[in-house]
Design a protein around this ligand. Sequence first.
Ligand code: NAD
Length: 448
Amino acid sequence: KSADSRPAPVISVIGTGYLGATHAAAMAEMGFETIGVDVDPAKLAALSAGQVPFYEPGLPELITKHVASGKLRFTADIASAVAAADVHFVCVGTPQKAGSHAANLAYVESATRGVAENLTHPGLIVGKSTVPVGTAARLRGIVSEFTPAGIDAELIWNPEFLREGKAVEDTLHPDRLVWGGASEAADAVIREVYAAPISEGTPVITTDLATAELVKVSANAFLATKISFINAISEMCAIAGADVTTLADALGHDARIGRKFLNAGLGFGGGCLPKDIRALMHRANEIGAGRVVGLMQQVDEINMGQRQRVIDMAIESAGGSVLNRRIAVVGAAFKPLTDDVRDSPALNVAAALHLRGAQVTLWDPEAMETARRSFPTLTYAGSMTEAIEGADLVLVLTEWDEVVEADPVALAAVVGQRVVIDARNCLPTGRWVGAGWTVRSLGRPTPV
Ligand code: NAD
């Protein structure tokens, strides 16, 4: 119950993918009755059975707990969910449009309309999806057009900053909460919803719609820029014989810079950073912010160029051609602690080598199924050792702990040629070199 003893708001969460499933579970954990809505019946069936259709540490436990407690349920019936709820979080996807850098806003538009037209009593619609600046203002038009006459509806924007792999922790204990466009009444409701993190001292930034939308894309653009910056410097390191890892460690001690997101290597991927910087580029171009366009173009180009650098290094290591060479690829997920292979640099490199005629055998601790679905023609191994057995070349493309901690002596005994490309600069090089391996990496001298 809230302070003035109104009943606590009931929550609906529209879209139960990575963001929505986590948000719904977190809302239930914070004590709210929560209803997750999706259009994908398989996803709903899995979630209702307490199963999470992707790998996210801690999330299955939280969903199971609250499906069992009765606080959390899932349905395809948006009308009943909206009728039962007071606060409606829009968490549907905003993927890159085919053949364009723009974001596809069809899902947020239809989800927003779906909420608005099914409102039976006053509702607060809270957008969480990542959208180009100006989207929320347009969605307000949809809300006023489709909300039944006489019912009060308000739309605010509350971008989400969770990281895949740490999604539960990030949602329960966020670094900051940002929302934009809230009236005094909406502000009170959303504060009630986030009472738990707010009481822990989480900073709250309240602003207008445009700023809220831009905070999210700017955060991702900055992180992407940091990665592409160090990757650009790694090119100079490679040419000059300098070590980009030592350089990044030294830079990182400067509190103004910080060590995070300064790992040179294969670059960023996943369902967010690449499409978010492209959508930013596209929107910046539309509204005439040319500097952002140029900056993001460079960031994207440097990032994609890293994949080519690794492919080139593999070809060179294989003596000029990978045709019929046995290449072990370790890692398929776009980063550790996820099975997400959307725009994964690792899978991208594996597929490129396969297309050049290499016999690629791939292993990942969690992303085997998602990788197989995207690239059924690659060979999949049951373990790192099995992938590496007899290989002419090993590529480490995702920095899983299991991989960083793998025993180079045992692996040396089964591999064909002891050559590894550490495309994430993550291996303890000394141990690998000690076990007889040649370790090649981006922006570090090859140790002897
Ligand atoms: P996702 O593809 O995993 O999930 C989207 C879900 O929405 C799918 O389950 C889909 O079936 C459902 N959906 C589509 N249209 C619908 C509709 N009309 N009604 C109900 N459900 C519908 O995507 P995601 O990774 O969860 O991303 C969602 C949004 O959150 C995106 O804008 C993304 O940029 C943003 N975001 C994602 C992350 C992340 O780490 N994944 C982090 C922060 C923000």
